[in-house]
Structure formats: structure tokens, C-alpha cells
Design a binder for this molecule. Structure first.
Ligand code: 4NP
Length: 161
């Protein structure tokens, strides 16, 4: 099983939506035995909370299932997950700090938009202070990036379906 962890700051907006999109695509491709994902935040701001209302609305509009409670990344995640996928540069820096301070190594830390073919920006923007349009924009970025990320994973792990 290849395990992917999507990481943002609060784990209530971007990363839970990324997790839901990824898991849906995996399900549609009948690859649930091969790939799975979870999400977390670098901060402890929203531990135990449901995703933001606007995340839930956006997911419901797209027919996505979201069943997640906010949690903070920890060193066990660094050991457990094969891919650590950050939404923005500060998330990535914070993941790398945790890895270093734990005396661990991890070869697979990426920004999600590295997988998007022609990103106009390398970061998934933080929609927290935006309106529902900001969440729609995030959804579109995640959907396209994750489609390509999953293709990358299938090639990397020689999954041919
Ligand atoms: P997320 O968005 O990192 O995509 O979950 C945010 C959620 C909460 C906060 C910032 C960003 N906050 O400052 O509480």
C-alpha cells in the first residue's frame, strides 16, 4: 500500500479536500488496495475539529465524501507515509523542520503543484480568509494537480490499469 499524506496549515480547508479528492479518484480507478491518503496540518489550531463549513459545502457540491477531524503532523507520520505533499512553501518548510528535528530522513516531500502541468503559481493558495470562490479555486487546482499526481504514482509504482 502506498500512503500519501496531504499537509496544509490548519487541516480544515485545503488538505482535507485534497484527501477527499485523492481518495475519490483512487476509488473510481479501483485502486483502493494500492493507494490511500490522509491529511493533517502543521499547526495545532484546529485539532479535533470538522473541516471548515466552506470546505464541506464545496465537497458536497462535488459529491465528495469528507470524513475527517483536524490533526497535527507528527514524527510517526514521517515514518508511516511514503509521500508528504505540502500545499504551500511554508507547509513544506515546516515538514522539513519536523523531519530534521526528529533526526529522520524522508525522500518524498513535494509541493502538490509540482505535479500540475502548467501551474500559474507553485502554491495552493490559503482560502481561509476568502469567500466560497476561493474554495472553488482551490478545488479546481487540487482536482487537476491530483489527477496528475495519481498518474505519477501509477507510473512510479508500476500500476497499470
Ligand atoms: P488550511 O487553511 O491550512 O487550508 O486548513 C487555514 C485554516 C485555518 C487557519 C489558516 C489557514 N487559521 O489561521 O486558523
Amino acid at each position: 500500500m502506498v500512503k500519501v499524506l496531504f499537509v496544509c496549515l490548519g487541516n480544515i480547508c485545503r488538505s482535507p479536500l485534497a484527501e477527499a479528492i485523492f481518495n475519490q479518484k483512487v476509488k473510481e480507478s479501483s485502486l483502493t488496495m494500492k493507494f490511500k491518503s490522509d491529511s493533517c496540518g502543521t499547526s495545532d489550531y484546529h485539532i479535533g475539529e470538522l473541516p471548515d463549513e466552506r470546505t464541506l459545502q464545496c465537497a458536497a457540491d462535488k459529491g465528495l465524501e469528507i470524513n475527517h477531524r483536524g490533526r497535527q503532523i507528527n514524527r510517526v507520520d514521517v515514518r508511516e507515509f511514503d509521500y508528504l505533499i505540502a500545499m504551500d512553501k511554508s507547509n513544506k518548510i515546516n515538514i522539513e523542520r519536523l523531519i530534521d528535528s526528529s533526526g529522520l530522513r524522508h525522500e518524498q516531500v513535494y509541493l502538490l503543484r509540482e505535479f500540475q502541468p502548467h501551474p500559474d503559481n507553485i502554491e495552493v493558495p490559503d482560502p481561509y480568509y476568502g469567500g466560497i470562490e476561493a474554495f472553488e479555486n482551490v478545488y479546481n487546482i487540487l482536482d487537476e494537480s491530483i489527477t496528475h499526481f495519481l498518474e505519477f504514482l501509477k507510473e512510479e509504482h508500476k500500476v497499470y490499469v
